[in-house]
Design a binder for this molecule. Structure first.
Ligand SMILES: NC(=O)c1ccc[n+]([C@@H]2O[C@H](COP(=O)([O-])OP(=O)(O)OC[C@H]3O[C@@H](n4cnc5c(N)ncnc54)[C@H](OP(=O)(O)O)[C@@H]3O)[C@@H](O)[C@H]2O)c1
Length: 230
């Protein structure tokens, strides 16, 4: 393997599936992983990729994914889960599962493959979100991990979507006025374009960069405004 070989996690759905389709259209050879074997194989048929069904939080399954991904030029981490609600009501094992899939797994997979390029699907939640304490923290962890890997000569891209129309919200309704929901293809295009340009960070939609800058420069003011306007 080598140039133009990519491994995509979370490829069975949403942003990961859209990213796989975009990469395939650009001529990439793909290893696709997710838990849902049927959806994964369907996507493998459409993209000419290789499907490796795996629960990434299972050590043996993770090893299979690592073996299938050896030598890839690009690793895309899209697999992730959310949880929303009052922090005090979050079961401790739920905390562990979120941190494991969203943060530990990308670290372990990156460590095992050390590809020249790595893309992370983080979230605009990195600025801190009411009732998404742990989820937001896992995504902020990914951002810092991506920035740190750059010192190793790995070209990383962190993508920060707002709300995206995928099964991620299954069972929950998205009721914020902004950011408006975008389609997963838009996130996939932003991700792949940023990877091709070697860009470190990209927000989708782009205007969310302003929220991040304000948060970085004036965290207390940001918090005040976010409380006030949701
Ligand atoms: N949707 C949004 O509004 C939004 C916004 C910002 C960031 N994000 C991030 O975008 C990423 C992709 O989410 P999405 O919106 O595309 O949601 P999605 O359609 O629910 O996709 C999530 C993917 O993660 C996989 N996955 C879940 N648990 C797994 C496990 N234990 N082992 C292996 N794979 C597992 C799922 O596989 P199966 O379906 O096969 O189980 C699926 O392919 C996530 O990291 C999410 O945090 C989403």
């Amino acid at each position: 393997m080598g140039m133009n070989h990519a491994l995509v996690t979370g490829a069975s759905s949403g942003i990961g599936a859209a990213t796989a389709l975009r990469l395939a259209a650009d001529g990439w050879n793909l290893v696709l992983t997710g838990r849902d074997r049927r959806r994964l194989e369907e996507l493998a048929d459409r993209t000419g990729g290789r499907a490796v069904a795996a629960d990434l939080t299972d050590d043996d399954a993770l090893r299979q994914v690592i073996d299938a991904g050896r030598g890839v030029d690009l690793l895309v981490h899209s697999a992730g889960i959310g949880w929303a609600g009052p922090f005090a009501e979050m079961e401790p094992d739920r905390i562990d599962r979120l941190v494991e899939l969203n943060l530990t797994v990308p670290m372990r997979l990156t460590r095992a493959l050390l590809p020249p390029r790595v893309a992370f699907v983080a979230s605009v939640a990195v600025v801190g979100v009411r009732d998404e304490d742990v989820y937001a923290a896992t995504k902020a962890g990914l951002r810092t991990f991506a920035a740190s890997l750059r010192y190793r000569g790995i070209t990383t891209t962190a993508v920060f979507p707002g709300a995206v129309r995928t099964p991620f919200f299954h069972g929950r309704t998205y009721d914020r006025r902004f950011p408006r929901m975008v389609e997963p293809e838009r996130v996939a295009d932003a991700l792949v374009d940023a990877v091709l340009r070697g860009r470190a960070e990209v927000f989708v939609p782009r205007w969310l960069t302003v929220a991040d800058r304000l948060h970085g420069a004036l965290p207390a003011t940001f918090h005040h405004l976010a409380r006030r306007f949701g």
